[in-house]
Design a protein around this ligand. Structure first.
Ligand code: ARG
Length: 391
């Protein structure tokens, strides 16, 4: 049997790589997709071969990830449960797609992944594989064979599998860093400082604020501080500068698809900056009705992606709705980053609906008498029914 394994080089997938050979006598081909995790991918490849991989593929997907996944999430202001920018969730369907391509090429009998039966990633991988490789066998050893991290750590030690850290479960890509497990599971306690890698403690951030100007063109970020930047370059730059100001730490209780509540720590500096800026430009350029409706659409989009339903046609239908409005979401937003916070301090758009002559206290462009009849009619039913209320 030939199995293609989505391989990160971490504890779970390294143990699985060995187990698939040992328990199933499988020939294993490993695939590592580069979505900007800060791992040494040459080292991951070596490790795969050392653990018996028949072949290994490293697939570069950073540009595609930011362009086709991350920037869509910005357009949709994607925050699951109002706080999680979907960093892990967004990369899964792309990773699955790259693994599926290898599985086809290698004529695989099965694909394998390292997800547990408690989390969301199993939905994202399984559903993507079922969509892309109809009828393929999916092997998820952690879930099927009930592997625990303690057992894995022992097995790794016994088989000389090198492991970096097993105190936390960490997932990383350009859009963010997710940390689960270990000390974080005590939800009453502040997380130890050691879990953070991308952000400085806001208390230790510079005493001078940093101003950033982000430009959007039809809802897509195009420039920072007037400088044209490629998608990957821009996200890396923002992670770095915003992280240095302590921006982008999220500590939340999250609703997993399987119903469990979990405590999650995220580091998402670029996501925090870009979504804040994008949302502000929508405030300036969209009508109240469009904004209210889009908020519902955005929420549904984030939920679909979180739940592993990237291949659900509704996702693209929701995006089509957004594209219609986003042609107006062009312009600049000026942000101030200071000790962990991002605040909007300025905005400008050729399609902005803000009208200085009408709104200003110093101008008389607005005929205030128009309002008298408007107010009368606007409150008509509310006033009438208040007067006629039952006692
Ligand atoms: N809870 C997040 C999600 O479902 C992140 C999961 C990250 N996984 C991890 N091993 N840290 O998308």
């Amino acid at each position: 049997m030939r199995v293609v394994l989505a391989y990160s080089g971490g504890l779970d997938t390294s143990v699985i790589l060995k187990l698939l050979q040992e328990k199933l006598g499988a020939e294993v081909v490993t695939v590592t997709v580069d979505v900007g995790q800060e791992d040494d991918l040459a080292e991951v490849e070596q490790k795969a071969y050392r653990l018996g991989a028949k072949a290994h593929y490293t697939v570069e997907a950073k540009e595609e990830f930011v362009r086709d996944y991350v920037f869509k999430a910005v357009m949709m202001n994607a925050l699951y449960d109002g706080a999680y920018p979907l960093s892990t969730a967004l990369a899964r369907p792309l990773i699955a797609e790259k693994v599926a391509e290898v599985a086809k090429k290698e004529g695989a009998d099965a694909v394998a992944h390292g997800c547990t039966g408690k989390g969301n990633d199993q939905l994202r991988f399984d559903i993507a594989f079922k969509a892309l490789l109809p009828g393929i066998k999916i092997i998820a050893p952690v879930r099927e064979w009930g592997l625990t991290r303690e057992w894995e750590a022992q097995y790794a030690a016994k088989h000389g599998i090198p492991v970096k850290s097993k105190a936390y479960s960490i997932d990383e890509n350009l859009w963010g860093r997710s940390v689960e497990g270990g000390a974080i599971e005590d939800i009453t306690a502040e997380p130890p400082e050691e879990i953070y890698a991308w952000t400085v403690n806001p208390a230790k951030a510079p005493d001078e604020p940093l101003y950033l100007e982000v430009e959007f063109s039809a809802g897509v970020p195009s420039r920072v501080n007037g400088e044209k930047m490629g998608p990957v370059e821009m996200v890396k730059f923002l992670n770095q500068v915003a992280g240095a100001h302590g921006v982008g730490r999220v500590d939340m209780i999250e609703n997993r698809v399987v119903g469990l509540k979990s405590r999650e720590i995220y580091e998402v500096p670029a996501a925090t900056v870009l979504i804040t800026a994008h949302k502000e430009l929508e405030r300036l350029t969209l009508t109240k009705r469009s904004m209210d409706f889009k908020e519902m659409v955005d929420g549904e989009w984030a939920k679909l992606v979180y739940q592993g339903l990237w291949f659900e046609p509704l996702r693209e239908a929701l995006e089509a709705f957004a594209y219609k409005l986003e042609s107006r979401v062009t312009g600049n937003v000026r942000l101030k980053l200071f000790k962990g916070s991002v605040s909007v301090v300025g905005r400008n758009s050729p399609y902005g609906l803000y009208d200085f002559d009408l709104i200003s206290y110093f101008r008389s462009g607005f005929d205030q008498k128009m309002a008298i009849g408007f107010v009368e009619l606007f409150g008509f039913q509310a006033v009438a029914s208040h007067h006629k209320r039952p006692s």
